[in-house]
Write a protein that binds this ligand. Structure first.
Ligand code: NDP
Length: 313
């Protein structure tokens, strides 16, 4: 199948791009991958998205955006894009099920995924006590001991959220100072169910037949190893932009974020646009993501109309 525009990803960026392109009669195809709705579907209350004075639940916000895109005629299809050929226009997309799609323009809004530590015991215990999503898995740890690894805003938010279920939540962070914003730190520090193991480097996830049993850490002050007992370990150490399927065809910065021409969504290849967390290492908010999705749609629309003008010139 051929489309004028294909949007890859259904977070706030991709769905906002879909709403704008659909309203401009471009009828985009939106490809929804393994996490429809993106990172906000793993959050609870979103308090800072303008227009919702009492807040809105993340999944509900994304569901609303999806419905809005469909209302204007966007098509949403499930699938995993495994490769893209951008050497010629139309661009060709290869999907996991073996099918191919072509598009005159492409909007990449594939977001970013949770980082892993890469320590022994981590990978094999995902789903057996190791998790990257507090809102998805917190419920399973009612009255259990939980460790949250990380010192950023996500770690603070997840630790606070997990106190709803856990008997104790312990934040493990590799430095003495937290990276999180002051307000998030204050909220977490004011919560008496949260304990702190700062200046500890995670070394190994320990587990038994029933799943995770603890986290081995190095105390960076004394150099000694310690075992922190826990039933669940939540990783909150940041995210990696999802660009693997592009096979290095587009330039990225040193952290892997796609590079765009400043003030636009235009990547190094004409007709290919990027928006949302996949190209944003600084702001990474739902609202900035949605805003950049709008920019990508307007840029794509302008690109497509210029192509049409060339054909008729
Ligand atoms: P960050 O990159 O801000 O923080 C990651 C944390 O994990 C850091 O404390 C870092 O340590 C630690 N870390 C990274 N790699 C390792 C490792 N290999 N071993 C041990 N520790 C590690 O990511 P976040 O997900 O917390 O936040 C991302 C962005 O999203 C931020 O801009 C944040 O402000 C925003 N955000 C906003 C929220 C809100 O406003 N409600 C909620 C959640 C996130 P170190 O400090 O030593 O680098």
């Amino acid at each position: 199948m051929h489309y004028k525009a294909i949007i890859i990803g259904t977070g706030p960026a991709g769905l906002t791009a879909a709403i704008y392109l659909a309203r401009a009669n471009v009828t985009p195809l939106v490809i929804e991958g393994i996490q429809p709705g993106g990172q906000l579907t793993t959050t609870t209350e979103v308090d800072n998205f303008p227009g919702f004075p009492d807040g809105i639940m993340g999944p509900e916000l994304m569901d609303n955006m999806r419905k809005q895109a469909l209302r204007f005629g966007a098509t949403i299809q499930s699938g995993l894009v495994t490769g893209v050929d951008m050497s010629n226009r139309p661009f060709t997309l290869f999907l996991e099920d073996g099918s191919k799609l072509t598009a005159d323009s492409l909007i990449i809004s594939t977001g970013a995924s949770a980082k892993k530590l890469g320590i022994p015991g981590e990978a094999e215990n995902i789903g057996r006590g190791v998790s990257t999503c507090a809102t998805c898995d917190g419920f399973f740890f009612r009255n259990k001991r939980i460790i949250v690894i990380g010192g950023g805003d996500t770690a603070m938010e997840e630790a606070k959220f997990l106190t709803r279920f856990a008997s104790e939540v312990r934040v493990v962070h590799r430095r003495n100072e937290l990276k999180a914003s002051k307000i998030m730190q204050d909220h977490a520090r004011g919560n008496e169910k949260i304990a702190w193991s700062l200046n500890r480097t995670p070394l190994e996830v320990t587990a038994g037949p029933m799943g995770v049993s603890g986290l081995k850490v190095r105390n960076n002050e004394t150099g000694e190893e310690e075992l922190l007992e826990a039933d669940g370990i939540f990783l909150a150490i940041g995210h990696t932009p999802n660009t693997g399927f592009l096979g290095g065809q587009l330039p990225t910065d040193e952290l892997g974020y796609l590079q765009v021409i400043s003030g636009t969504s235009q990547t190094a290849i004409p007709g290919v646009f990027a928006c949302g967390d996949v190209q944003d290492r600084i702001y990474r908010q739902a609202i900035t993501s949605a805003g950049s999705g709008c920019m990508a749609a307007l840029d794509a629309e302008r690109f497509l109309s210029e192509q049409t003008l060339h054909i008729f010139a």
